[in-house]
Write a protein that binds this ligand. Sequence first.
Ligand SMILES: Cc1cc2nc3c(=O)[nH]c(=O)nc-3n(C[C@H](O)[C@H](O)[C@H](O)COP(=O)(O)OP(=O)(O)OC[C@H]3O[C@@H](n4cnc5c(N)ncnc54)[C@H](O)[C@@H]3O)c2cc1C
Length: 393
Amino acid sequence: MDFDLSPEERALQQKARDFAEAHLFPNEMAIEEHGKLPADILANIHRQVLACGFNAINHAREHGGQGFSLFHQMLVNEEFGKATGGIWGAAWQPAIPLKDGTPEQRERYLVPSCRGERFYCFAITEEGAGSDPRRVRTSASRRQGRWVLSGEKWFVTHGDVADFIIVHALAEGDPDKPTLFLVDKERPGIRVKRSPKFMHNYISEHVEFVFDAVELGDEAVLGPVGGGFELTKDWFVEARLKIAAHCVGAAIRATEIANRYAGERIQFGRRIHDFQAIEFMLADMAVEIMAAKSMLYRVAWDLTQSDDRKRAHAMASVVKLHASEMAGRVIDKALQILGGRGYMRENPVERLYRDVRVDRIWEGTSEIQRAIIGGQIKKRGLGLYTGWVGGAA
Ligand SMILES: Cc1cc2nc3c(=O)[nH]c(=O)nc-3n(C[C@H](O)[C@H](O)[C@H](O)COP(=O)(O)OP(=O)(O)OC[C@H]3O[C@@H](n4cnc5c(N)ncnc54)[C@H](O)[C@@H]3O)c2cc1C
């Protein structure tokens, strides 16, 4: 068994770290100042993303992506996750269900998305449908051989900058026929109802969309009619792994800042890391990160070896749950070690503290991850989690 990274993997990790330090960290405060990332700065980062080959790392080369394995994506996402304000979103990763489109859909949506010429947002959540997507009411009815889409979607991240929306709706209003639709944002009948403010300042907005009898052809249906939930689950798996990698990166950055400060800050005639209260906090933080990172690397490696979608769904929940809760605990301690300086917005630790809070909510709350894990234990046995790779106890 070899736990070491190959020289190529170390080089990729270093390249991602250098990219974050050169192009993401210096622009973080612009998000704080403007409430989102100004378009000229975003365009500049986009150019760097293309130059460094960090566009569409999650898609195949034949579609214009970088063809990175899940493990290699994780190495990059961990480094990018150290940045605040969701600025990692500037290194775009088009939604994974786009690969399941028809050749025409891939040509129209996926290929230009990989190049950075088109941008998506994914609209599942509604006022009455959050954790329980079966309560979705947005419906696409059949009228004269066309689809007519009506409903409202909430919290749609990147809704302001995207030019197309992947909409999770019910075909014919039937809860057993959840279906994904590719909807160009300029189509008549689509409007932004509201763009509320959230706890974090973020690269883009989380908007509420209204779809008022939006007419679509059959070419707008992504995947099979009624197959939307399976594709949405693939999106959740990828997003949950990405969140876990971001959380590990965020916790490491906060801990490095706190550790450095503790080694320099003098109070009562001593460096504060010589107080056991501080030293023990740093010890707990290091242990928490080591445990979460070990789990993350194992799961990413495991899923890189297998195409088992159900296993991927089961494992993504564990790592998302653990890493997001870990990041909350660790960054809270980092802020405490920094004292008043940790409470200043100019300090990355303050921003990370706000940023990681949503990681316990979006793409399935911690409670929903526990429900998934509990269900998997009943279905597949405890060994899935307590055994080693392959699920053997
Ligand atoms: C900043 C932000 C960005 C987002 N971006 C997007 C996006 O791009 N696209 C999109 O579609 N959605 C997006 N979301 C929505 C997000 O996925 C939902 O907020 C999340 O799934 C929870 O749904 P809810 O907010 O309606 O909470 P609810 O489902 O109402 O849950 C409220 C509470 O009840 C708990 N709960 C619910 N059911 C159970 C249960 N069975 N067992 C135990 N506890 C339960 C929850 O865990 C939570 O604590 C975003 C949300 C935020 C905050």
